[in-house]
Design a protein around this ligand. Sequence first.
Ligand SMILES: Cc1cc2nc3c(=O)[nH]c(=O)nc-3n(C[C@H](O)[C@H](O)[C@H](O)COP(=O)(O)O)c2cc1C
Length: 323
Amino acid sequence: MKTRITELFGIEHPIIQGGMHYVGLAELAAAVSNAGGLGIITALTQPTPADLTREIARCHEMTDKPFGVNLTFLPGFTAPPYPDYIKAIIKGSVKIVETAGRSPEAYMPALQEAGIKVIHKCTSVRHSLKAQRIGCDAVSVDGFECGGHPGEDDIPNMVLLPRASEELAVPFVASGGIGNAQQLVAALALGADGINMGTRFIATKEAPVHQNVKDALISASELDTRLIMRPLRNTERVLLNPAVEKIVEIEKVKGDDLGIEDIMDLVGGVYPKVMQEGETDIGAWSCGMVAGLIHDIPTCRDLIARMVSEAENIINGRLVSLL
Ligand SMILES: Cc1cc2nc3c(=O)[nH]c(=O)nc-3n(C[C@H](O)[C@H](O)[C@H](O)COP(=O)(O)O)c2cc1C
């Protein structure tokens, strides 16, 4: 399958693994890239830029294919040293960066000077247009279904993707809610040049997370996610668990008066415990509605090969037969 995204990034299949905190380590990024997709290391999971340098070097040892690094701009009081993380990316000869969270405008000159291609992940057409205007090479359009932060507009991909297609000149991938071949074909039909998957890649053999996390995704249905932190305008889609039930309850009582301190112990610093120690009920962690479509734990190679070959069968078989 050849699209503007496979051409832009020099990859075989138009399938990207989105940055994921405590999931996007070298093992997963290399496995996705070796399978012909684009694997992505999550920069901020590495405590310091020096750790990111080491993680990038580990990934180079595991694959000679292109891979990227995710830089998430957090809404926080103390910003991580982004310029130093960017230096680590440049020093590590990484040629693709996925930005997210806020506009990467301030960092575009440094990234472009180093010949790095930037794909910005955002949740609306207006933010996609801004990304295009400031020189991003591509956009990842993240619909309401997505795991993580869907923004505040609540537009599902069935509408968001064709709207992006109406407006954008740069290539874009469909992100959010995707986990199988039918959806890959649908994304292409809706105007996207490929797909970005998060949650689906957690339930793979190579994802470096505790088995409990993978089992939780297999057990979950499409009804088992919740939106939290909406009153803080930092909405996050997470897997329902007892901690999330507690957050929802607190948010009901506090309403618009909710402060981050009211739920801090249930949302802050929980990722290492969830992902590494398998304490999946200890707090809130991102998960998409696509959990309802996850029924197995394949290797990244099997997942990507299956999606691409089934997509070709859908296009050549069912779709052509309708004409
Ligand atoms: C556990 C988890 C952690 C994530 N962490 C990040 C992150 O640190 N930075 C980021 O830009 N996106 C993050 N995301 C979002 C993904 O990159 C991707 O955009 C999203 O998962 C797509 O939706 P899907 O899960 O329905 O495929 C995370 C998603 C999950 C499920």
